[in-house]
Design a protein around this ligand. Structure first.
Ligand code: HEC
Ligand code: HEC
Ligand code: HEC
Ligand code: HEC
Ligand code: HEC
Length: 217
């Protein structure tokens, strides 16, 4: 009996299978990437225009976060300091240092230093710093051990699941309000944290939103 199919068709099923496998794995990678943005941002540590060192300024010199990030406790937004803040010290301290060249230039021209933004919530998400820090949530919970970072990196996922995780269990994360700016504070034990946390949640009437409109207004 004559073969009615041309010779190349014997390979067709194999090609189809290979194609499907390729497509399948590409889709899997794509979907994983799309739904887990958290893994893509943790560790993000861009090179900054000036080698500003938090471990030196916070840990060694003992500066409070609010000295440079003033708006954090009063505004929805935290911000990076203006050149003015640096120059209160660096007009005298290390005034000739080449490492501060860009800072002096910015001071002269009035053009701000182009710091690279590390943390960024998408526009469709409502986030408010003041609400959090004034409810006993520390910078540490969301930004990690900043006081030990010579160069800041993205420490926590800051994804939707991550926000919700804390909103469902605020007692695991709230601390005495006078320790919010202390990156080294820890409860004595997980049990102590839970008990204290539960007490604060009740006393301060802490009630983080879990409904969509709470964060997508
Ligand atoms: C002397 C000033 C100064 C002090 C004090 C300071 N910071 Fe900063 N901070 C900066 C500057 C400048 C930047 C931008 C450059 C960089 O990322 O290192 C920054 C960046 C950051 C960022 C990253 C911002 C972004 O782009 O997402 C976080 C988070 C942060 N600081 C938290 C803290 C915390 C928490 C403390 C207190 C423990 C603190 N800072 C104390 C000056 C300061
Ligand atoms: C309260 C004073 C103070 C403020 C405010 C301050 N610094 Fe400093 N900074 C210091 C001191 C002190 C040193 C360490 C000097 C030394 O090593 O002897 C230093 C060191 C530095 C160095 C390293 C310089 C070198 O040659 O090693 C850089 C860069 C720097 N600071 C950037 C900044 C920037 C940018 C800001 C503003 C966001 C800032 N500093 C704000 C006090 C300050
Ligand atoms: C509940 C979590 C949370 C806490 C607590 C928190 N942050 Fe943030 N921080 C964020 C998120 C989310 C962003 C990105 C926000 C955005 O893009 O509007 C951010 C952004 C920042 C930025 C960058 C702002 C900019 O305009 O470049 C700085 C600086 C900062 N935080 C400092 C602090 C400091 C200092 C504290 C403690 C006093 C603190 N944060 C506490 C979650 C938090
Ligand atoms: C470590 C714990 C923690 C994390 C992480 C956290 N939150 Fe919250 N959030 C709280 C607590 C606690 C409150 C409640 C404050 C209160 O009721 O006093 C709150 C309240 C809020 C509110 C209500 C504010 C208002 O105006 O009523 C919004 C919106 C919010 N969080 C958004 C976010 C978003 C978006 C993220 C993630 C980027 C996030 N939160 C991450 C603990 C957290
Ligand atoms: C506690 C705050 C919070 C609550 C409550 C919340 N979201 Fe989100 N949502 C976020 C944040 C933060 C992001 C951005 C995540 C990122 O950038 O990785 C986000 C992202 C999204 C996205 C985009 C997803 C993507 O992968 O790009 C959708 C869709 C969404 N949320 C829907 C919802 C719906 C529906 C609800 C209610 C069931 C909800 N959200 C409740 C904080 C919240």
């Amino acid at each position: 009996m004559a073969n009615i199919f041309p010779a190349w068709t014997t390979w067709l099923p194999l090609k189809v299978v290979i194609c499907l496998v390729c497509l399948g794995s590409m889709t899997a990678v794509g979907v994983t990437y799309y739904f887990t943005p958290k893994y893509t941002r943790v560790g993000y540590q861009p090179l900054q225009p000036v080698s500003f060192d938090h471990s030196l300024h916070v840990q060694q010199l003992g500066l409070d976060c609010r000295y440079c990030h003033q708006s954090v406790e009063v505004s929805s937004h935290s911000s990076v300091p203006s050149t003015q803040t640096c120059m209160t010290c660096h007009q005298q301290v290390k005034a000739q240092s080449p490492k501060l060249e860009i800072v002096r230039k910015s001071w002269e021209t009035g053009e701000s230093i182009p710091w690279v933004k590390i943390h960024k919530a998408p526009d469709y998400v409502y986030f408010n710093h003041a609400i959090h820090v004034n409810s006993g949530v520390s910078c540490y919970s969301c930004h990690g051990q900043i006081n030990q970072m010579a160069v800041v990196w993205h420490d926590q996922p800051q994804s939707m699941g991550w926000c919700l995780e804390c909103h469902r269990h605020p007692e695991a994360n709230v601390r005495p309000k006078d320790q919010v700016y202390n990156m080294d504070w820890k409860a004595e034990s997980p049990k102590a944290q839970r008990e204290m946390g539960q007490q604060f949640v009740k006393e301060w009437n802490v009630n983080p939103p879990e409904n969509c409109a709470g964060c997508h207004r």
